[in-house]
Every structure is written in structure tokens, then in C-alpha cells.
Design a protein around this ligand. Sequence first.
Ligand code: ZN
Length: 132
Amino acid sequence: MKAGDHRKPSSGGIQKHERDQRHDAKRRVEKQSRGWYKSKLWLARREEQLSSEPLCRRCKARGRIAAANTANHIIPNKENWTLFATGELESLCEACHNSPVQREEARGYPIGCDASGRPIDPSHPWNLTPRT
Ligand SMILES: [Zn+2]
């Protein structure tokens, strides 16, 4: 054993600094829409979505029951106010909201619901499971 063997590898440093700067730039881009999530319009939409669909949609599709706490835009709104304000939402639990699952491919059925909030696909688990 030599004396220098206990040194930690010198990762980080300048590279990490550059990474932080890039992260800050990304944050500036996201800043505008971040405020949207505090708007009355959004809070009302979120409330409505979670009360009309209180269970996580993706968990439900896999036969699991999980309380949703997130109203997620099915189409990412990408700084587009119209999409943000009118785009279709789905209820998700925290775990599903944070997981990068490719939604439609992973689920294998069309996304979307009719005016009553039911998915348009008749084979969607929502339509197959008797609601109590
Ligand atoms: Zn879930």
C-alpha cells in the first residue's frame, strides 16, 4: 500500500461547473411555464382532473390501485400556453409521473377519453373494470 492510494478520484471540478451552468440555462427556459402552474386556471384544471380521475391512470392500466396526486399533460406543453391551458390531462401518482415511461407504447392502447372522461378505447382497463 502506498501513501497516495487513499486519494479520491478527482472528478467534478471544472466539468461539474460547466454542467451547472448548462443546468441554469435550462432553468431559465423553463421559468416562464413554471409560473403557469401557480395560475388559477391551472389549479382549477388540476383539481378537476384529480377529482374526476382520482386514481393513477398508468397504475390502473397495470392493474394497480394508486392515488393520483399529479395532473399530467399527455402532450408535453413545451412552453406553449394553449397546450398547457387546454391540453388533455391524465392523473398520475408520483412514481409514475417521475418515471420516463413512453405512455402509449407502454400501455398498448390509445390515449384519450370522451366528454364524460372515459377512455375512448373500449379495451381500456377503465372500461373493462366495473366501477363501484
Ligand atoms: Zn402510478
